[in-house]
Design a protein around this ligand. Sequence first.
Ligand SMILES: O=C(O)CCC(=O)C(=O)O
Ligand SMILES: [Fe+2]
Length: 343
Amino acid sequence: MGMQTLTLFGSPHPISQNAVVPRHAMSRSSETSFPTLTTISISFSQLQDKNADLSFKIEEGFGPNGLGILSVTDVPGYSSLRRNLLHLAPRLANLPKEVKEDLEDPHSRYNFGWSHGKEKLESGKPDILKGSFYANPILDTPTTEASLIQRYPSYCRSNIWPRNALPELEVAFKALGKLIFDIGLMLAYHCDQYVSKGMKIHKDEGLESILHRSRCHKGRLLYYFPSQQGVPDGNSLSSWCGWHTDHGSLTGLTCSMFTRDGVEIACPDSAAGLYIRTRNNQIVKVVYGKDDIAYQIGETTEILSGGYLCATPHCVQAPKGEESSGIERSTFALFMQPDWYVL
Ligand SMILES: O=C(O)CCC(=O)C(=O)O
Ligand SMILES: [Fe+2]
């Protein structure tokens, strides 16, 4: 995209070389040579106010000079829903092999239910470092039309839940997924307000309306198996999750939880976690509060918004060092994406 030539609010807006100089906290972790930045944040009460002008914050977070990620703070009820679901990730991953096999759905190319070792790492080898559980938290059966199910199996097939082995999962997954979706819609409203200052948005083509009518949203509960010393690519920045940009419209992301044998602990390696590549090719570690919901822009939105909202390449680094062996990481992402008609 021609970001350099992008015009915001009628005035030229070149990419600033200072794009990553933080307004908030900046620290240099002893373990990483990359700067650590705190995301721009918006409080729930600000977001709720449809008359509030949040354009500046949206631009700072998602605009051409932003990191492509921002966080929402103080969401009522969020904290316990996050904890409840993330604690189930190690329990799900440790279910007997046969139980997990029953939760697999090859017809959706493992885009519903349990998926482990089916995706590829950057090296091309199967990704056995993490297990994922995918479901649509809004609709158990997005459509009953056979032709659609056949054409778009990874979006249109039905959810699979471990109703006997781990019945709590369905309840916790849906509750957290719906909340992140509702807050995502509120954020999308303000994104549209910001974009509409620079370009005309046709009725029904704004982010909020696209997300509101879509039946394709997908939640992913991620579980990174205990890190071991000497794992392949163990020293690379993207050792746990390779560099990529999300394809959809908007991704909601919890702050991850580190555990050892299922018990929550502080991660002993401050360099472990989410990294982002900025527009001027700088790599930064991003942090946000445990009880904040982070949102990232996906490629679809970057295109539909004419580049006013920018997608961000990101990856996850595994913890290193002796104290880090045996550490697991759990997190949840909600990929909000347009309906299959638009895909
Ligand atoms: O594990 C994370 O924090 C990020 C996961 C992610 O980027 C994804 O699932 O697309
Ligand atoms: Fe991602």
